[in-house]
Unconditional design. Structure first.
Ligand SMILES: [Zn+2]
Ligand SMILES: [Zn+2]
Length: 236
């Protein structure tokens, strides 16, 4: 084991550093987590987006207003931070990370997620969106926990993997209305111990309808959390 690890270390020293997504060798002194081409293929959030849930607006807007959904049903979280739109190369990177066992993408994606947070953000806890045990066994890792640990490494706020759990596996929610999705999810997440006014950063790889992060935020606040902000790599 020790020998294998030493060989791996030696290899990483011998091979020139390369982009974790396209494997192109980095130019000398390259500091960014991905190469220039890949970074150019990550679609940033457009300037017109909801200031709360980060939903990209289709048309340009001359004022910062909430989206219809945040107005109709104010979300339990305060704000969503994101690397960019869940599209193009960012979507590919997340797919590789989540479904293709490319767990080495945790560091570069985590670095980008960290950059999406204001430098002066302060949290008491970083909480990953959990997977149900059966899904965790299939995949063997929770991609959101890997991202949360990266944020802990970069920011120092502790991440906890055993606070929020998913007690039931959810069936595909694609055909359900937003309200039904949330009803479905409301009993699925559980907080295992009471909280004491902590400011929480909830971490997930992707946010689409927002039903999952809404349900998680709700149970975290109900358990005594003070405030929940959300960090996702891709926002659909
Ligand atoms: Zn690349
Ligand atoms: Zn919104």
């Amino acid at each position: 084991m020790k020998l294998r690890r030493s060989l791996f270390w030696l290899l990483t020293q011998l091979l020139p550093p390369a982009c974790p997504l396209c494997r192109q060798t980095f130019p000398p002194y390259w500091q960014d987590p991905f190469c220039e081409n890949c970074l150019a293929g990550f679609p940033p959030l457009p300037p017109a987006h909801c200031p709360c849930c980060a939903l990209p607006f289709i048309a340009a807007s001359n004022s910062a207003h909430l989206c219809g959904r945040c107005v109709d049903r104010p979300p339990p979280f305060t704000k969503v931070h994101t690397v960019g739109c869940f599209d193009s190369l960012l979507r590919d990177a997340i797919h590789q990370f989540k479904f293709n066992q490319q767990i080495g993408l945790d560091r570069p994606l985590g670095t980008m997620l960290n950059s999406s947070l204001p430098v002066d953000s302060e949290f008491d806890l970083i909480v990953p969106v959990p997977l149900h045990t059966r899904r965790l066994r299939q995949r063997s890792y929770n991609q959101s926990l890997l991202l949360a640990r990266e944020l802990t490494r970069l920011r120092g706020f502790p991440s906890v993997a055993d606070l929020l759990i998913k007690t039931e596996e959810t069936v595909s929610q694609q055909d359900l209305s937003a309200r039904d999705r949330e009803r479905n999810l409301s009993k699925v997440f559980q907080v295992l111990r009471p909280l004491q006014g902590e400011r929480i950063l909830l971490v997930d790889d992707v946010m689409t309808t927002g039903s999952t992060v809404r349900a998680c935020s709700q149970v975290l606040l109900a358990a005594g959390g003070k405030e929940v902000e959300v960090a996702v790599v891709g926002r659909a």
